[in-house]
Design a protein around this ligand. Sequence first.
Ligand SMILES: NC(=O)c1ccc[n+]([C@@H]2O[C@H](COP(=O)([O-])OP(=O)(O)OC[C@H]3O[C@@H](n4cnc5c(N)ncnc54)[C@H](O)[C@@H]3O)[C@@H](O)[C@H]2O)c1
Ligand SMILES: [Zn+2]
Ligand SMILES: [Zn+2]
Length: 336
Amino acid sequence: MKAGLFLGAKNVQVGELEKPSPKQGEALIKVAYAGICGTDMMIYAGRHPRAKAPLAMGHEFCGEIVEIAGDSAFVPGERVVIEPTLSCGTCEACLAGQTHVCKTLRLIGIDGHGGFAEYVVVPLNRLHRIPESLSDAHAALTEPLAVAVHSVRRSNMKVGDRVVILGGGPIGLMIGMVAKLAGAREIIVSDISPYRLSKAKELGFVALDAKTANVGEEIRTITQGVGADIVFEVAGTPATVSLMVEAVRIQGQVVVVSLFKQPPAVDLASMHFKEISLTTTRCYSTGDFETAIQFMAKGMLDISPMISHELKLDQVAQGFEYMENPDQSLKVLIQP
Ligand SMILES: NC(=O)c1ccc[n+]([C@@H]2O[C@H](COP(=O)([O-])OP(=O)(O)OC[C@H]3O[C@@H](n4cnc5c(N)ncnc54)[C@H](O)[C@@H]3O)[C@@H](O)[C@H]2O)c1
Ligand SMILES: [Zn+2]
Ligand SMILES: [Zn+2]
């Protein structure tokens, strides 16, 4: 079968993989769409500690069940989206039902072949049915939307809160969509990319250009000197780590969603004087994943502005090139 293979740093090519067959407890999926994510970009850059070439990446994907090995409520022919997390089942987090923070959490598409291929095998317990009202292209965005659902649920956000999002990439903008649904009175997004700022505006958010504006001052003006109730840090830079403390109100909350390549310097003294709460967030629970599906299927949010490109598997290398420039891409979908 055809697959988009990671072969080494900056080297993704279409190649051949043996078509997998499902073992007991697994399903064979014919992939419909798979999204390229920031983590795939880290693998692409040759900086991911676990991903080993040759690898068909892709952990944000959906498709059709072709074959099932074992007992399941699913049947071949059904459309499904795959929750890509794989947990051990025996560590203290797993035993407490918090499998998304498993001590040895692995992901389909990182630790093994994923969605940039014609077929993939996945455990039966990772399948979620796609409602009829949800298209395959949109269903492929379930995983990043679930990250946004989890981030907002991890926050103390209340109806009427003023929310600041530092970093208007796919995850930041989806957090904005979920915060709006959750009743935020004001959503302010800052970024340095004109394209992403224009997307933020299109979605009804206040867009602040961190390249040209004094973002901290602008946020103080908009919030009458008070600051934001909740700040989501979704850019992963030293500048936004410094700004998250400045932008939040006294006794407000900062939610760090980003993954930092280097441990950042955090102004704990300023956090102390303002008595700020700091929360981190990792992945999503199965409930968050299902919530993301329902938000889209019920038309409670429109995910379509997130898709910047839809490409065939043959163009997978091009997709990675698009993703390298935040000023021309948001979510690139690959169609095997
Ligand atoms: N918590 C989790 O489980 C989880 C899951 C997925 C992604 N992430 C992390 O979330 C972060 C965002 O993901 P993404 O896919 O949207 O990535 P992205 O790189 O597309 O988005 C980051 C955005 O920050 C912007 N930015 C850069 N410098 C800035 C600055 N000084 N001020 C404001 N904005 C700035 C960039 O232009 C970009 O639009 C990444 O760090 C990613 O690793 C975390
Ligand atoms: Zn991802
Ligand atoms: Zn575990």
